[in-house]
Design a protein around this ligand. Structure first.
Ligand code: ZN
Length: 73
């Protein structure tokens, strides 16, 4: 998958459907101009998110900030 974001854009942690943890791992390149992630998976169980699923989960997380959110650097 590819996921692009603006530099400094906030990306909320999303819950893994498999283990329920909100520990996302981003693989890709980050430059001052843009951030492009080739793979986003779960740091805990290794499940890889597919792009449609991830987009939906991010939308949900932004719409329902249920728990305190920590910014991922
Ligand atoms: Zn997981």
């Amino acid at each position: 998958m590819e996921w692009s974001a603006k530099p400094g854009e906030y990306i909320p942690p999303v819950r893994c459907p498999q283990c329920g943890e909100c520990q996302n791992r981003f693989s890709g390149r980050v430059s001052p101009e843009d951030q492009t992630f080739e793979k986003i998976d779960c740091m805990v169980c290794g499940r890889v998110f597919n792009p449609e699923e991830y987009r939906g989960l991010v939308s949900d997380a932004l719409a329902n900030p249920a728990s305190p959110i920590h910014h991922l650097d």
